[in-house]
Write a protein that binds this ligand. Structure first.
Ligand code: PLP
Length: 415
């Protein structure tokens, strides 16, 4: 593999230039997402190098911004979409071939996606229920179909992102072969699919192996297919001292567990492509001491910032850890709780974490914010969503304007 094109295995928060980020925050304000497209490209290249004979499909829900989609498409990755909106955005970004994995698809989603298919879009629909297959048939779809299987094993860093073992996703493993064979009468059945949630890590390859091996067995039992898609879930080290994922080891385990199949291997990483390509910048507006010296003997402080769970939801939703760095100054460490402006107890980025005590006006950077960051942002508490800057080479440009309060109320209808 070309080391230069694939870059280092991980970009840590400490590797970002404090001076450059500070300049961006000064120019564009905070909270601000910064996404480095060159790093997105490196991550895509590293995946292709580790899986040279697999079809790598980017799960666009991790970051569906136009600039990211165009970068990933240019790098040669496919597009895995979870909704009609994602399908439309991927096509608009120049993809002429997309995979749509329908999870309890609302009728409108099926209608929109099939309109695009009738207009000539090269589309593969992945159905995770017999009902979905019926609804596709009823709408006159006879194109490329894959069947999503509930493999009965799940990987996941948190129960809310473990999808593999839940009946919501995919048809029961024991009934999958029958559905594949029945569907062959009416559709071009091209593949089988499974996704076990998000959290493939070095220690966790057993669950991945089991899933892939079950998919290999299924592929052999149903005969020739175009692809066996074993999903995404490639982990990234959110803790600064965690080692990066050994992609080569995952690739080897995948190949070994799949065995010989008359089909191409496909994978669908989302997080891995974009997580370390993004940081969230936020400014400290309030600092208060907590009246308790605790076991450390140091007085903990609460630092209030202008980003919150509406900007980056992962800590509140998944108890996710994100590294936080003070870009303004290094001071003696003390226990710091970083809290957002939303009236919810869970609106915290960390609790009593040892870090330099922030002062009002300091700029903080939150690491690994490129995946499921902007995409999960909301306007709860009437908070406009943040702006996003993309970096490419020496260039920095605005990719998404900051929302305004007028945007938040734009759809309200007065009587
Ligand atoms: C979310 C999702 C992915 C990507 O998961 P990551 O953890 O971001 O890699 C892949 N496939 C499907 C079907 C998904 O829903």
């Amino acid at each position: 593999m070309s080391e230069a094109a694939a870059g280092p295995a991980i970009r840590r928060l400490a590797d970002w230039s404090a001076a450059d980020l500070t300049e961006l925050a000064d120019e564009y304000g905070t909270p601000l997402y910064v996404t480095d497209l060159d790093r997105v490209r490196e991550n895509a290249t590293r995946l292709q190098s580790a899986f040279p004979d697999a079809d790598v499909r980017y799960a666009v829900k991790a970051h569906t911004g136009r600039a990211v989609l165009e970068t990933v498409r240019d790098a040669g990755l496919g597009a895995e979409c979870a909704s009609a909106g994602e399908v439309v955005r991927a096509l608009d970004a120049g993809y002429d071939e997309v995979q749509y994995t329908a999870v309890m698809p609302p009728a409108e989603d099926l209608d929109i996606v099939l309109d695009r298919w009738r207009d000539g879009a090269d589309l593969t629909v992945v159905a995770g229920a017999g009902d979905t297959v019926t609804r596709l048939r009823d709408r006159g779809f006879d194109g490329r179909l894959a069947i999503r299987v509930d493999p009965g094993v799940g990987a996941g860093h948190h129960e809310k992102v473990t999808t593999g073992g839940h009946a919501k996703f995919g048809v029961p493993y024991d009934r999958a072969a029958e559905l594949v064979n029945d569907a062959r009468a009416d559709f071009d059945v091209v593949g089988i699919h499974a996704h076990a949630g998000s959290g493939i890590s070095g220690d966790d390859l057993a669950a991945h192996r089991e899933l892939v091996s079950r998919m290999g067995d299924l592929a052999r039992s149903v005969g020739p297919l175009e692809f066996v898609d074993v999903g995404g879930g490639f982990g990234v080290p959110y803790h600064e001292d965690e080692p990066p994922l050994d992609l080569e080891a995952v690739a080897e385990a995948t190949r070994e567990s799949l065995g010989d199949v008359d089909a191409e291997l496909a994978i669908e990483p989302g997080r891995y492509v974009v997580a370390d390509a993004g940081v969230l910048l936020t400014r400290v507006n309030t600092v208060k001491a907590v009246d308790d010296a605790g076991a450390t003997g140091k007085v903990p402080v609460v630092a209030g910032v202008d980003a919150g769970m509406t900007t980056l939801l992962r800590p509140a939703m998944y108890d996710a850890y994100h590294a936080i760095r003070n870009l303004t100054d290094e001071r003696p460490a003390r226990p710091v709780t970083v809290a957002g402006p939303v009236c919810e107890t869970s609106d915290l980025f960390c609790e009593e974490r040892s870090m330099p005590a922030p002062r009002r006006g300091d700029l903080l950077a939150i690491g690994n914010a490129g995946a499921y960051g902007y995409e999960m942002a909301s306007t709860y508490n009437s908070r406009p969503r943040p702006a996003e800057i993309v970096l490419a080479g020496e260039e920095a440009r605005i990719a998404r304007e900051r929302e305004t309060i007028d945007d938040v109320t734009a759809l309200e209808v007065e009587r």
